[in-house]
Design a protein around this ligand. Structure first.
Ligand code: GFB
Length: 319
């Protein structure tokens, strides 16, 4: 059997690091895995992207590299979220096509779905109306990946597809206090509040609802997608609707994992963003009825333990 050479862009990020950890445990025989980061290439630049593909000559690509961020970063940098993601994706698609890459798996997010829609959301609803205003730059750029998959298949017969995870969390995340997603943002702020003996302030009302997938679970599902999933149409990778949780309950889980005993309050002057984006995982369950997700509090405890063990190590935690 010919060996697969799998190139993972964004290989040192939240999901890339989790895939690296899973593959290190598996040590697959007929697969060589390459985890590329921004040190390898500027994916916004066609020549730099082409040089990286020339160096690694991948047969398969998992494209994770993207400009990502939480609600507040999305609201602040809409133009960059649009321009950088559009540029990176165009260069990756063109290189994969030009070099006859056998499979490309891109990563979207449930925030790309229409804001005003019926719930639960499923894969057929991507283009049924505008996304939430807070992340339109990112959402429209990522919606184009779904369009690009179909176009490259129709015109060139390419086997390009995409996964649509819900909010992701885990080790190696971006813990920047302002630009991060809610879980890493709360872990970092909670940790500092505990050290200083200050109240732990949660942004917004705490009422919005989210589904969270642990990076290690997503990593296992993305490896399965690369090996087994044969559709061009995307697939939602998410816990079930029954596991949807409020931001206030997320904050309680963070406080418990940090062993924070102080006062917890809410700053309602801060935006709540989208109230909910409930997704159904029926398509995933059709393929993998027995897939086991890591219990939320267990995944939270591992993430907080990793954060606290690495916080003081220079360069170990993005913050
Ligand atoms: O993860 P998050 O920033 O993004 O979560 P979205 C935002 C929710 O958490 C809002 C509340 O309801 C915030 O009010 N929140 C409370 C906080 N404390 C904090 C905090 O310290 N930091 C942050 N960031 N939020 C993103 C999209 O939407 O979802 C992205 O903008 C991407 O494009 C991502 O798709 C997965 O879930 O609202």
């Amino acid at each position: 059997m010919t060996k697969k050479v799998v190139l993972v862009t964004g290989g040192s990020g939240l999901v890339g690091s989790a895939i690296r950890e899973v593959i290190a445990g598996e040590r697959p025989e007929n697969e060589e895995w390459i985890f590329a980061s921004s040190k390898d290439a500027d994916l916004c630049d066609p020549a730099s992207t082409a040089a990286m593909f020339e160096k690694y000559k991948p047969t398969h690509v998992i494209h994770l590299a993207a400009q990502v961020g939480g609600l507040f970063a999305n609201m602040k940098y809409k133009v960059e979220f649009w321009r950088n993601n559009i540029a990176m994706n165009d260069n990756i698609f063109q290189e994969c096509h030009k070099r006859g890459v056998e499979k490309l798996v891109s990563c979207l997010s449930t925030c790309i779905f229409p804001d005003k829609t019926t719930f639960p959301i499923d894969e057929t609803m991507i283009h049924d109306g505008p996304p939430h205003f807070s992340n339109e730059g990112y959402a429209y750029a990522k919606r184009m990946v779904d369009v690009q998959n179909r176009m490259y298949k129709a015109q060139h017969g390419c086997n390009f597809t995409a996964v649509i995870p819900t909010n992701i969390f885990g080790k190696h995340d971006n813990f920047h206090l302002d630009n991060s997603h809610v879980i890493p943002g709360l872990i970092h702020r909670g940790y500092l509040c505990k050290q200083k003996g200050e109240p732990f302030t949660i942004w917004g009302s705490g009422t919005p609802l989210r589904q969270f997938i642990y990076s290690n679970d997503l990593a296992r599902l993305m490896i399965w997608t690369m090996r087994e999933y044969q559709e061009a149409d995307p697939i939602i990778l998410s816990v079930g609707e029954e596991d949807e949780i409020s931001i206030a309950d997320v904050a309680r889980s963070v406080a418990k994992a940090l062993d924070f005993q102080g006062e917890v309050n809410f700053d309602t002057t801060k935006a709540d963003g989208q109230f909910k984006k409930t997704a159904n995982n029926a398509k995933l369950r059709k393929y993998l009825p027995d897939f086991k997700f890591t219990p939320f509090d267990e995944a939270m405890a591992s993430t907080v333990k990793w954060f606290m063990e690495n916080y003081e190590t220079p360069g170990a935690v993005r913050k």
